[in-house]
Each structure stands twice: as C-alpha cells, then as structure tokens.
Write a protein that binds this ligand. Structure first.
Ligand SMILES: [Zn+2]
Length: 360
C-alpha cells in the first residue's frame, strides 16, 4: 500500500495549457470561432445551444451555466430526464457525448507537449520533475510506495511516467498487470476506450499511443497529442468497436451514473487514502459541489494517527480553510497549506527531501 498519496487537480495542468473549470467553455468557444475545431463543429455548437437552454431553464436556480462541471452534469441529468427546455429530444440525448467531444478537442488543442527523453513526445517538463520527485521519495520501490489520484482527464502524468520508464496501473476492473504506479483517474481519461456491450473500460497505454509519434523536429517544443478523438477508431480487447468518445464523466458525483464502470477505480482511491502516511494535494481546490471527494477523504484515514503530514499546495488562500474544515482538529497539527503553484510545489518538496530523508 502507498505511503505517499499525491492528489492532483486541474490547477496542476494549467501551465501545460489546460483551461480550468470556470473558463473551459469560454476557451472552447474561442477555438470554435477561430475555426480550429472544424472537425467537431456540430458537437461544439450543440453544446453551446444546450448551454443557452440551461441558462433559460435554470435562471431561477443556482446553476453556474459557465462552469464545465455543472453544465456537463446537467447535460447527463437532462439526457436521463429526456428533456431540456425547448430542445429537440434527440439533441438532448446527444448532449453528453457532444460535451465529451468538446472536452477532448479543447484539451487536444490547448495542451502542448515537448520532445521527450525518448524519441517520442514527452511530458511538460514540470510533470517530468514531478515523477522524478516520486522516485526520489521512495527510491527503492517508487511505484509500490506512492500513488497518484487525479481529477484530470489529460495525459500529462501518463506521459511523464512513461518518459521516466515507470509502468502504470490504472486500477481498472480486470486491469492487468497490477504492477506499476497506481494512477487513479477518478473521472476517466482521454486514453480510455469504452465498450458499451461489455461495459468495460480499456486504456490505451502511453507505450502504445506514443509509439508512432516521433516529434516533428529534434527540438520541437510544441506537439499536440491527438489521442482522445481517435480512441473510437481503435479496437477493444474484447473485439468490439469502442464508443466514439473516450470514457470521461462529469466531476460532480452522481451515484446513479457511471457507478459500475468506475467502481474499481473509486475503491482503489479509498483504499490508498486509508493507508496513506502522507497526502500531498496539488492544484485541487476542493470545490463546494464536490461531495464525492469530500466523502472519499472522510472515509480515508484522514485525522487518523497514520497520517503524518497533509500538504495542500494551491495558489488560492481560500483553499487551505476548505480542507481544514473537513479534516477537523485531529489533523490540525499535521496540516500545511502553501499558496504556491504545482511547479513551485515540486521544487519545494525536492528541496525539503534533500534536507531530510522524508518529506514530512
Ligand atoms: Zn466488448
């Protein structure tokens, strides 16, 4: 079981170009206007129509129609209800998948990857340093002693682990081999194909998706990783055709949806938190609406004597008190919030580690 559990949120990928929840749809609109997502124009426009419909229907309620997670969750609910304002019921059914396409294409267009240490595309450099840090904390068996839980769909950690020759265990049902660093992606991933017939998720590992992706120039700094929008063209291990869009779900927890597919992933997260000795949260702001994550932290051993240190790195001063509130007084003396970025946090922890053999 892992001693050190890293929890990464959207803030960790900002520097790599990924938009945040609150400006994601705005960025997507700009891409569409600039003609950069012409291949998916119909899906983008459908999402924007759905967004306007939400705005008029929900004007009386407190729904943030600009926030990606609220809108994505509302689309899933509308699909179940079969209705959203005056929209055509067929369009309502298509909204969640259109949203998936918009998320995939927006991330593909905004995130840039440099050349890696191998002949292929590599991770944004601070993600590479992050994996080096993981290896430094537990040099003997880095992937048995640490794990990464992330709310992000993007492929930064995946690429960084591959670049540093660390095998990945996504903790999916029937996933094998279960030896590798546990990379627990709570809301799915751009490289996860989904078979509706078998109700199984099959990841395309970085070794496979980076294999035929040599960088264009020797020192190319800006490569786009087009994986998510091609996932539907691959084959699933079961032999069926996967769904067109990768398996990604809205961050807002809804226990009626996606439960069976993600059960293995979520229980792996709970297990890891339960046994953690150090928890390091970077760029995850614990939004009020994220009941799922609060629940996960609560059922984990937070406040238990096992936890020696609970770090939170996030530039916003508001984030510290939010965590403090759910951790309670038991963990108070072990809690530390530092208002710094992902990149600075990795540097800070490396320095701390250089001074003593443990980051706590
Ligand atoms: Zn199948």
């Amino acid at each position: 079981m892992s001693r050190t559990v890293f929890i990464l949120g959207a803030g960790a990928s900002v520097k790599a170009g990924a938009p945040l929840m609150w400006n994601f749809l705005e960025v997507a609109k700009e891409l569409e206007r600039a003609g950069r997502v012409a291949d998916s124009e119909a899906e983008f426009r459908l999402v924007f129509r759905g967004q306007s419909a939400l705005q008029s229907v929900h004007s009386k309620f407190r729904l943030d129609h600009r926030n990606l997670e609220s809108v994505f969750a509302a689309f899933e609910m509308s699909r179940i209800a079969g209705k959203l304002g005056n929209m055509d019921p067929k369009e309502v059914q298509a909204l969640p998948d259109a949203m998936r396409r918009l998320i995939v294409r927006t991330l593909e267009e905004t995130m840039l990857f440099p050349a890696g240490t191998t002949q292929s595309v590599g991770p944004p450099h601070f993600y590479g340093r992050f994996v080096d840090l993981i290896k430094d904390i537990h040099p003997q068996e880095p992937w048995l002693r640490s794990c990464v839980i992330t709310t992000n769909y993007d492929l930064c950690v995946d690429c960084a682990l591959h670049d540093r020759s660390v095998p990945i265990d996504y903790c999916l049902e029937g996933g094998h081999p279960p030896s590798g660093l546990k990379l627990i992606k709570l809301h799915g991933s751009l490289n996860w194909g989904y078979c509706e017939k078998c109700e199984t998720i099959s990841p395309l590992h970085p070794a496979a998706f980076l294999k035929d992706r040599p960088v264009q120039e020797k020192y190319a700094r800006e490569n786009r990783l087009i994986i998510g929008s091609r996932i539907g063209f691959g084959a699933q291990p079961c032999g069926h055709q996967p769904q067109k869009e990768p398996f990604i779900v809205p961050p807002t927890w809804n226990k009626t949806m996606h439960q069976s597919e993600l059960r293995a992933v979520w229980s792996a997260a709970a297990r890891e938190l339960q046994d953690a000795e150090e928890i390091v949260v970077i760029g995850y702001s614990l939004p009020e609406a994220d009941l799922f994550f609060k629940y996960l932290l609560a059922i984990g051993a937070v406040g238990d004597a096992l936890i020696h240190k609970f770090w939170v790195f996030d530039p916003s001063e508001e984030v510290g008190p939010r965590f403090r509130k759910i951790l309670g007084t038991a963990a108070e003396d072990r809690f530390d919030h530092r208002p710094i970025t992902f990149m600075e946090a990795v540097g800070y922890l490396k320095e701390r580690l250089a001074r003593s053999p443990e980051i706590r």
